[in-house]
Design a protein around this ligand. Structure first.
Ligand code: SF4
Length: 289
């Protein structure tokens, strides 16, 4: 397979064939994100992707899942994606699911009918970064969407019958907005009712612009205990009806997983137990691995 630059995928796409249909992220402004800062955004021609698919078919006897990368692959025109999904179905008849990541703006540029059509051709899961439900935090980190747009986009995906996995970042509001960040994020998640929530905890990468705010003293990072307290506040405020909640990313101080709402009490008890420990399960050094 041919890949340009560093590539990233969701933990749950570990078994998927990664097809790089875009280079970088069309937004590329989120201050906490370092992943595509050194890439100039472009859409790869379909002919190149067809060649990648041909190479993959020759290399892999079974391709059950395909994940389209880079950062916000849904930015491509609907006709491009439709043709690509047809080709994936033709070459990999065993494929059960194609997924990709999208910004709220990418989703809202697609009509409900377009999303339903893409679903019928195999687009079964979309990953969307919510990160926070606080408009103040979203604006400060240059997310490019406010809470209302995130809710509208999330609901549109779900209404199209496409599974939705959203990410949120504990600590993104710093000490200054921790309480607001937790409660407003719960509000957005409750309004969207995503199938999956992936929780990360803020990590400062050397290439992430948010580092400058910390160095300037305008953003105070949460320490481990305060991060867990913020997560507890978030979980307590969640009113999710059928969601897998996971904190399995290496950025977290401790791995957590629960089916909500059934396991909400167990999850809160687990966080309470972690809060009693003298030190977090993962040290800051280990979180960076
Ligand atoms: S967080 Fe997502 S939308 Fe924001 S810059 Fe990174 S890849 Fe792009």
């Amino acid at each position: 397979m041919r890949y340009y630059g560093d590539i990233y995928r969701a933990p749950s796409e570990a078994e998927s064939l990664l097809l790089q249909i875009t280079i970088g992220c069309s937004h590329n402004r989120c201050t906490f994100c370092y992943m595509y800062k050194n890439k100039s955004f472009r859409i790869r021609p379909l002919e190149e992707i067809r060649e990648d698919i041909r190479l993959a078919r020759a290399a892999y006897p079974s391709v059950r899942r395909v994940f389209l990368i880079d950062g916000d692959a849904l930015v491509v025109p609907t006709a491009y994606l439709s043709e690509l999904l047809d080709h994936i179905n033709e070459v990999f008849p065993e494929c059960e699911r194609t997924g990709l990541s999208a910004t709220a703006a990418d989703i809202l540029r697609k009509s409900p009918q377009e999303l339903s059509m893409l679903r019928s051709k195999g687009l079964k899961i979309i990953y969307m970064g919510v990160e926070s439900g606080s408009d103040a935090v979203l604006k400060r980190v240059c997310k490019g969407s406010d809470a209302a747009a995130l809710v509208q986009a999330g609901v549109r995906v779900r209404d199209a019958g496409i599974a939705l996995s959203v990410s949120v970042i504990a600590g993104l509001g710093g000490v200054q907005r921790s309480h607001e960040h937790a409660l407003k994020t719960a509000e957005v998640l409750n309004a969207i009712q995503p199938e999956f929530v992936g929780l990360l905890s803020l990590l400062l990468h050397e290439d992430a612009p948010i580092r400058r705010e910390v160095e300037a003293g305008t953003l105070t990072l949460l320490e481990s205990r305060a991060t867990l307290q913020e997560i507890r506040l978030l979980v307590e405020a969640l009113e999710l009806e059928a969601t897998v909640f996971r904190a399995n990313h290496a950025s977290n101080y401790a791995p957590l997983k629960a089916y909500l709402p059934e396991e909400k009490k167990r999850l809160l008890d687990e966080i309470d137990r972690l809060l009693l420990l003298r030190s977090p399960v993962r040290s800051d050094h280990m979180r960076r691995l």
